[in-house]
Design a protein around this ligand. Sequence first.
Ligand code: ADP
Ligand code: MG
Length: 729
Amino acid sequence: MATFRFMALEKTLQREPVIVKREQNLTSDFYGIQVFDRPKMKKYLSKEAYKAVCDAVDESTPIDRKMADQIAQGMKSWAIENGATHYTHWFHPLTDGTAEKHDAFITPAETGGVVESFSGSLLAQQEPDASSFPSGGIRQTFEARGYTAWDASSPAFIVENTLCIPTVFISYTGEALDYKTPLLRALSAVDKAATTVCQYFDKNVTKVTANLGWEQEYFLIDEALYHARPDLMLTGRTLMGHSSAKDQQLDDHYFSSIPTRVFRFMEDLENEAYKLGIPIKTRHNEVAPNQFEVAPIYEEANLANDHNQLIMDLMKKIARRHNFQVLFHEKPFAGINGSGKHNNWSLTTDTGVNLYSPGKNPKSNLQFLTFVINTIKAVYDNQDLLRASILNAPNQHRLGANEAPPAIMSVFLGTEVSNMLDHMEETVVERKMTPDEKTALKLNIGRIPEILLDNTDRNRTSPFAFTGNRFEFRAVGSSANCASAMIALNSAVAAQLNRFSKEVDSLIEKGIKKDEAIFQVLKKLIIESKPIRFDGNGYSDEWVVEAEKRGLTNIRSVPKALEAYLHPRVKKMFADLGVLTESEIEGRVEVEYEKFTKKIQIEARVLGDLAINHIVPTAVQYQTMLLENVKNMKTVFSEDEFKQLASGRMELIKEVGGHVSAVKAKVKEMIEARKVANIIEDGKEKAFAYENTVKPYLDDIRYHIDKLELIVDNELWPLPKYRELLFVR
Ligand code: ADP
Ligand code: MG
């Protein structure tokens, strides 16, 4: 009888391709048709209602109830005309992914039957039962009074037959239970702080917007093979599997031609994304086999993050249409590249200036350097916080492994900017500069070219790289909600910019001229933050040693890394900026500890089950075959011949037996370790127990299973192997 594995393979190889029909010829003809964007608002809303929404988005002015009612009517008309029958508040709880609860647009009519209705209060606010979402004890389960409130800055959209209204999710007492609330607060904090600093250079700046351009990496696996791997299905990664004889050694996947079935998936995805107004720009193969990337044109950070969450949902749905499963896990396969989600980040002013692009003259270049230097300092001071914002159970496997930045934070600048900072460090003096010194410095600053060619061939080994007109935070994991990293980064930069303007102002008060005050503070920041600057190979062992010498932290343990959130300095920073209160931070960290524990717990259970139900019986069956074979040999051959011929077989029987015994013993020990960890009440302590006493078994057990995979008869092996998962498509 064929194994499940072979049945899955057969199914995969017999697939008929799914042909996708493009709706229209030109993307611009159908771009955003499912979004209630400004042109549609203009059409469906009264003049004053339209203005109310625009003001809410541009100036953060609140929308009153009467206006909300008007907006709701317009939104409903548009949605119903476009086939929507239901609506939902769409939000980002602290779990992975997004949440929605659909309600039909109907209310009973006085004359019987129903009418389609939707009011301002339903648009603005809803009360989903909050008790089933993690909040880390902020909201006691008995007062399940969380509510969602409309985020007018992200437009409503239609998915299938449902109008989705982006919302924040907060407790009855106003505490954030989601990612969006603190993200919006952090974006507002960085806006204020950066606008103040911009005032030194240009009085016309009144608003600064943070931008995010994410690059989403993922794997595609045939559905039948995926379903034959319970570990992939339940944990998102393979808990066992010997490496394939060929995987990515030849570097023959990156940027090579896209396989036809994958190409059809991508086309279909882009089509659907465009309808939702997600500006997908790039698609390509990634380094590992069956690994790919999709990236849009960058957008305002909150909208970009909504779009990232939305596209992850979309990818899962569309992959299934093409008989694929999409894997967002950071390390679905051991030994080859994992997936990240690079966060390209920049700040732009309402005067149209990218603060991370060198300008045309010394003044705009000094503004550019001011923002670059403050960002470096922010990363230096907050290296532990930034790490905590991106490190979790799945990303732990990726950092420091094949082709991923280590758990050490560093900033890559490239030679041009580095040289400029060195130059500033050397020339600026604490005393008053002579006019000649000043002119020389300004001339030099003016020499930064507008386009930093140096950075086009940039360092891909840095977790935080300057890439010519933006910083790229590359340590973010592929399954993450970008908000976590964006909250930390924007807050850190906001806090640093606030400190900067305070210091500059105090020097100005002492009678030092503005330019000179700026130079002096920048010089100080350059010196203080020097240890975080590193342009070398971040993947090398030498860097680990060097970083330690520099006093940089290198923390790979998730529970340990999470402690950064609880540092008094970090708590104060978040509180001062109005991004997160102390109890909100504590709640969040508790949720993170719980998520970590649960993920390891699930992996341990799945591995234990598979080891005992799939692997041990298969290995024993093979061992029995070998034993039969030896017995038969004995009847056929002479004593001497038998001794010679059977010795290899006997060795193999012992080898299989050894691994089987080890697997069984270790699974038993792992279960015991879990029992001990499970009775720990404190969330943080429990996470540490899982990290230190349960998690090591995952690798131990895997080692023996992978050895068995190499020796057991291929016909018997029950699970699709790496070479099949990664190359069949
Ligand atoms: P690469 O793979 O070379 O890093 P990609 O083209 O795949 O580059 O992705 C780069 C991402 O950075 C895109 O989302 C792009 O829109 C975004 N990006 C470009 N300029 C900026 C900027 N100034 N601010 C933020 N994101 C940016
Ligand atoms: Mg990139």
